[in-house]
Ligand binder design. Sequence first.
Ligand code: ATP
Length: 262
Amino acid sequence: MPASAATPARTARTLIEIDRLNLYYGDFHALKNVSLDIPERAVTAFIGPSGCGKSTLLRSLNRMNDLIPGTRIEGRIAIAGTDIYSPEVDVETLRKKVGMVFQQPNPFPKSIYDNVAYGPRLHGIRKKSRLDEIVESSLKAAALWDEVKDHLKRSALSLSGGQQQRLCIARALAVEPDILLMDEATSALDPISTLKIEELVQQLKDRYTIVMVTHNMHQAARVSNQTVFFLNGEVVESADTEQLFAGPSDSRTEDYISGRFG
Ligand SMILES: Nc1ncnc2c1ncn2[C@@H]1O[C@H](COP(=O)(O)OP(=O)(O)OP(=O)(O)O)[C@@H](O)[C@H]1O
């Protein structure tokens, strides 16, 4: 594997603490005693074979799993010291702070402008000049502004897949999250669009904590600071990305990254 091109995290402060997390879908035990620290303002990649629980853990970080009937969790996830599963936590506020981007770009069938303004409007921002500012800064942050600034009223569905995915990133950024979750966010995109998103992730990590699920080990090696290897619902190994790819400490990680399975 290539050595990580990612620069070291600026800070090692932990933002997300996962402590002995167990998650069940009905009788199925999908996450087993997962404990993990996720550093602030860095990129953490979840890797592992299909079905090992990467997306399940990602969805647990903004309680998207609440939407799946029969899901039960034990253990604790704290963000900036707050247990996100405690009864006092408002899930809408949590999801504002922990944005998510999915595998398939899913812009609303609205204009480019209205896609980005959607979240801020939902949170009560009405003033046109303020919305204009947010739309511009979010599209700039998502490296899309120059391509769309002259036709913000055009339908988001007229954009290419890669542009749509950057629009979805802009939409997530418009509500000022601290954390951005990316679930296989480039797997439906062509190589050039993938590269653009990878470059974007490198820029965004100075301001946001990014957690990404990827099937692509080379991508994890290229863009992440920390890599976590999952197998059968368990964390096998979590380490600095360069270290994990150069010298994994567990033979199962070694087998996976050298392509012996998965
Ligand atoms: N809604 C659900 N109901 C029941 N089981 C589920 C549900 N979602 C996921 N699972 C199961 O939980 C396990 C973990 O799934 P998850 O999607 O988290 O894995 P993953 O590592 O992200 O896989 P992939 O890389 O294929 O997306 C799998 O066995 C899956 O079949």
